[in-house]
Design a protein around this ligand. Structure first.
Ligand code: ZN
Length: 704
């Protein structure tokens, strides 16, 4: 993603006339190598004129066209094919009496190839379009519209172009066939073919492309990343022009085919779930109001909090500024378990509309109650999480997390529907079905635990289906996510963007923050809760930017408010504003839990630190286990790591990898250990959290 884009087509100040009539006005446009760029606009906007000019079929009256680094402004169409350009024209333009194969062969006519090379290329085209293979001897004129479109695209691909110009591929096709054609375009795009796509159906074109230009009356009126354009209210304005909401078909938007999608609904295209605050001062004022409300509500509504606050000598009147939060008593997971089945309840039962519970296996579950407003708030900020990740109403979100009494599935589902995207409630597990759904529904967003995402990534790789799926974003629950694991998941998913989404049942559920597209830590919703970072042992605040335990206080939670709830999650605040511009503050990815922390020979070690070190060693995989034992006689602790080699890494290197791991751990964590390198795939994988720490020492050594 950080790779510098190489322009393959650069158009500058292009003007084209048909006789005295001007068709294009000073157009600038760039297509980078490997990109799919859409050119959308109404009939007569100048799209086809532009393509024909690039192809050498029309002469510009002004401006330059550079293709693959050279000036091609004055070249003919035949010369352009030799330069590596191919056009699949509007209306297909096949030779009806010729067979499918003969039509395809026309695509390489200007290249003067040998018969053997032509045969090889034909087989490649037939592999891409199996339907054409069955009909290779059939006359092109007798094919269906969709099949004719495949021949036109295949003919253009025969020349192995550096840039494929696709003019109105879906024109006149039934919706089902259009789906097939776009699936092929997507597949071409994933396999690295650079495409300039001209389409009247703007929604489909934007969905299929990375970048888009909006053309109206021979001018470019808007350009940008396609997914952002889809979500951007300015797109509406740019396209609606003289049209109105009542008569969308009269508008340029209507003519561009954008009226039949949900984007057209005003509340969906203009919606945002971001907070309205202008600056940090406004946010802090909101937090103080929320804190006062919460303490008052808890004091008067909950017998548990009433006695806790009384013990601490605090009444609601004592809260006059944000620092007063430090006078408040802590709440812990034990308080929740002790209050089973309705802990912390601060409203009468008739106001509770739902309960959720944690999936905890030991002791009683943590159960949380919700009022309708609690649910609405949760759904609102979950939609915000999707918005921050760039998910739009046109996305298809495959939700592979647990549905049931726990919060995960429900949160992902309701947030997705609130945003207006299409939800595929797949649930966890069932790898076969997940693959099938990705292929058939062309899901664009995949939500899962990190372990499940890795499992899916490996499966997609194994089945060789990466270029037939369409997942471009992975939203994974805040579990363990080392750099190498993220990199591997992204790569095996064909370059998908990863977003870490934290959350916990006590605090509504998942979605309490998310990574933004800068991927620099996690924005959290400071308008819904206050986050303190405290030293887990002294419970005093750490200095800014230091690691410590996350302690949360809710600002508007009704049924089960949280006052200084000790989450046990270890993180830190990232000082300063994010490059994305959001004023919502950030914390680091969760580094571990204060109760997961290993105390080994006087050193505090978080599993994530081991992750980080192993990630830096080339040749190691992402799976590992830590075994801690104690020698009965000497009382000395011993640490042994079992680490998988990377897939395809040379087994001869095991000794060397082991030595390097021992050295790095000694160097960075200041502890000695033994490292055993295991074969790739030999450690157990799990769809849920994989167990990595096996501690057989006396338990009270672990900080609780
Ligand atoms: Zn950001």
């Amino acid at each position: 993603m950080s790779q510098q884009p190489t322009p393959i087509l650069e158009i500058h100040d292009l003007e084209v006339h048909y006789g005295a009539a001007q068709a294009l006005f000073g157009l600038d446009l760039t297509v980078n190598s490997g990109e799919t760029v859409a050119l959308v606009g109404a009939n007569g906007a100048g799209k086809t004129t532009l393509l024909k000019t690039v192809m050498g079929l029309l002469r510009p009256s002004r401006g330059t066209i550079r293709f693959a680094g050279r000036d091609t402004t004055r070249l003919s169409a035949t010369e352009m094919v030799r330069c590596g350009l191919a056009l699949s024209p509007e209306g297909r333009q096949l030779f009806g009496p010729l067979t499918v194969q003969e039509n395809l062969e026309l695509g390489v006519l200007p290249l003067k190839l040998g018969a053997a090379e032509i045969r090889t290329r034909l087989e490649e085209i037939f592999a891409l379009f199996p339907r054409l293979a069955e009909r290779r001897r059939q006359q092109a004129g007798t094919l269906s519209g969709g099949e004719q479109q495949m021949v036109a695209m295949g003919r253009a691909l025969m020349s192995k172009p550096q840039l494929l110009l696709l003019d109105e591929p879906s024109l006149g096709l039934a919706p089902l066939i259009t789906d097939t054609i776009f699936a092929i375009i997507h597949q071409l795009s994933r396999s690295g073919v650079t495409i300039l796509l001209v389409e009247q159906n703007a929604a489909r074109a934007l969905e299929a492309s990375k970048k888009a230009y909006l053309l109206a009356s021979g001018r470019i009126v808007h350009q940008g990343d396609s997914d952002r354009l889809l979500a951007d209210p300015r797109l509406r304005h740019a396209f609606l022009g003289a049209g109105s909401d009542e008569q969308p078909e009269k508008s340029r938007l209507g003519a561009a085919g954008l009226t039949n999608i949900r984007l057209e609904k005003p509340d969906m295209s203009n919606q945002t779930f971001m907070p309205p605050f202008k600056d940090e001062t406004e946010l802090k004022a909101h937090q103080l109001e929320g804190l006062k409300w919460t303490v008052n509500h808890a004091f008067n509504g909950s017998s548990f909090y009433h006695s806790r606050l009384e013990e601490a000598g605090v009444t609601p009147e004592n809260i006059t500024n944000l620092d007063d939060i430090r006078r408040l008593p802590f709440t812990t997971a034990d308080d929740l378990r002790d209050g089973y089945p309705f802990p912390l309840r601060a409203v009468p039962f008739e106001q509770i509309v739902r309960i959720h519970a944690s999936s905890g296996t030991t002791g009683k579950r943590k159960v949380l109650s919700y009022t309708q407003k609690d649910i609405d708030d949760w759904v609102h900020f979950f939609a915000r999480a999707y918005e921050m990740a760039g998910v739009t109403p046109l996305d298809r979100v495959q939700i592979a997390v647990g549905y049931g009494v726990w919060t995960a599935g429900m949160g992902f589902q309701l947030g997705c529907e609130k945003l207006g995207a299409l939800a595929v409630p797949a649930g966890p597990g069932n790898i076969d079905m997940q693959c099938q759904f990705m292929l058939d529904f062309q899901s664009t967003v995949f939500c899962a635990t990190a372990s499940m995402a890795l499992l899916m990534a490996e499966e997609i790789h194994k089945r060789g289906i990466a270029d037939r799926i369409n997942v471009n974003k992975i939203i994974y629950g805040s579990e363990r996510s080392s750099v190498s694991m993220r990199k591997k998941i992204s790569e095996l998913f064909g370059g998908a963007e990863l977003f870490d989404i934290p959350g916990l049942t006590e605090l509504y559920g998942p979605g309490t923050g998310i990574e933004c597209r800068e991927h620099d830590c996690i924005h959290y919703w400071a308008d819904y809760y206050i986050l303190e970072i405290l030293d887990p042992e002294t419970l005093e605040p750490v200095s800014e930017g230091e690691w410590g335990e996350m302690v949360v206080t809710t600002l508007c939670k009704e049924a089960a408010p949280l006052i200084r709830y000790r989450t046990r999650d270890i993180t830190r605040i990232i000082p300063g504003r994010c490059a994305c511009g959001s004023l919502l503050p950030r914390h680091s990815r969760i580094r571990g839990r204060s109760d997961d922390m290993i105390k080994f020979r006087g050193v505090n070690i978080y599993p994530s630190s081991i992750d980080a070190i192993l990630s830096q060693i080339p040749g190691l995989g992402s799976e590992y286990q830590v075994h801690l034992t104690r020698d009965e006689k000497s009382g000395k602790d011993h640490m042994r790591l079992v680490v998988e080699q990377a897939e395809g890494s040379d087994s001869q290197r095991r000794m060397e990898l082991s030595r390097e791991s021992v050295h790095q751990i000694k160097h960075q964590l200041l502890v000695s250990c033994e490292v055993e390198i295991a074969a790739y795939g030999s450690l157990p994988r799990s769809e849920r959290k994989s167990q990595r720490i096996f501690d057989s020492r006396i338990k009270d050594e672990i900080v609780g």
